[in-house]
Design a protein around this ligand. Sequence first.
Ligand SMILES: Cc1cc2nc3c(=O)[nH]c(=O)nc-3n(C[C@H](O)[C@H](O)[C@H](O)COP(=O)(O)OP(=O)(O)OC[C@H]3O[C@@H](n4cnc5c(N)ncnc54)[C@H](O)[C@@H]3O)c2cc1C
Length: 486
Amino acid sequence: MKAHHTFRPIAVAPLQTRGSPWLHQQRMNLSNGKANTNSARSVEIPMEAAQHTTPTPALPPHSLLPTKALLRSSLVAAVSSHPFLLNPSLSILTFLSGQTSRLLSLEKNPILYALFKKTMYNHFCAGENGKEVGATIKGLKDMGYSGVILTYAREVVMDHSTQEGSGVGAQLIKDGTADVPAQTQDIFDADIEAWREGVFETAGLIGENDFLALKFTGAGAVVADALQADKPFPKQMMAALEEVCEKAISQKASILVDAEQQFVQKAIDRVAIDLMKKYNRDGKTVVYNTYQAYLKATPDVLYKHMKQAADEGFAIGVKLVRGAYINSEPRHLINDSKEGTDDQYNSIASALLNGQYRDMGEDQPLPLPKFQLFMGTHNKESVLKANELQRKRAEQGLCVRPVRYGQLLGMADEVSCTLLLLKAQTQGAPMFVSPEAYKCLSWGTLGDCVSYLMRRAKENKDAVSRTKQEYIALRREVWRRFIKYL
Ligand SMILES: Cc1cc2nc3c(=O)[nH]c(=O)nc-3n(C[C@H](O)[C@H](O)[C@H](O)COP(=O)(O)OP(=O)(O)OC[C@H]3O[C@@H](n4cnc5c(N)ncnc54)[C@H](O)[C@@H]3O)c2cc1C
């Protein structure tokens, strides 16, 4: 949609004076030294202002990290970026995670507990209870994050080639002994109940602008088996799902349905679409489904879902990720190369931001449904490309849709902090040009989080070159911050 005038109304979020003094300084610079403390309002600014929003940060992205987090990140990055440190650390972690004795259990031995909690756990996880999680969320919002994605750490991961899994319910799926009750059957399953309690509590810990992440296989074998067989959830799970969604919505939060492995994904898509049909009404997008760009089939699946949304009049929430299960999925389903996945990710993102998906959109035969885009990625190029596209569209007076970006806690801080800088530097720019940065947090007891942590550690292993770059940048920031004391 072309703007026919040089001035257009924009929404300006209140400038926050709390949090990082440096971030505040960036905002002061942008408002000619006058900190604006008004609440959200609509003002008119010249379009030319939007043309000068590309950042020229005076300080590096990691300068936004509080010193404690900076030092902990440096330690974790030092280990992750050096295979001779990472490999033995992973072996030790694998060994300890299976121990139950008082001497060797991470949870029972107070020295191991304290060591693990203060390093790996605090780096990657939000907390073991509401108080710890609340403090983590507050710290992130004070830094300038728009919100958080919170997830409960229990999970099951199946290896397609070996049919082996870890976490809740894996053994029963493997054995094929999990019973799949019909939806009408009244059953009581302890794993579903544990999931309901955990996720309900999680929904109670978040608020406006936050997201609740739902991982269905975390509800155990009965649910995972129902997904695998593409059968309806048991009644108990349907009730639990409705309860946690209503809770999140009552907290003014939204819901992200995680994508998992292919043997359960078709059914996850079906449940996610049902939730969208129910909750994404009247133009609101409360529920998002996840689309994995590494799958060759994803552009078609997304097209089908978008068309259904347009035909049936509900809004579609699109969480776009590359995909986490490359090591356990059938290889032929995945793009042949990393470049193929990168291209697919970036082209889906730009098609959506340009408001044209195949034959849907402006000047196309079919209408585009209402949609919202959430980009879950650590890839700086993808993030900057999308942000640049937004900026260009604003510059040209074209319709700019909101886009949110998320990175996992403890990972890709350079990307997250770059987004925070861009946000600080584009306060006052036309609507939605300021990127909204989110951190994705897992919470739960140390025991609950161990398999999650193992996956994070292994992911770092797979991304050694990026971890190395992150380590170098962190080390430079430590040096910059402490040189004055030498
Ligand atoms: C907020 C958030 C939410 C997430 N939610 C989910 C989720 O619900 N489900 C899920 O599956 N994942 C999820 N992920 C993980 C995500 O899918 C990626 O595994 C991870 O973010 C790494 O990809 P990247 O986009 O950050 O970029 P990069 O690190 O640049 O890309 C790595 C990814 O590229 C792909 N890739 C690597 N090598 C090849 C190759 N040879 N051929 C083809 N493709 C290749 C893989 O997908 C790999 O994970 C989430 C990530 C984030 C940050």
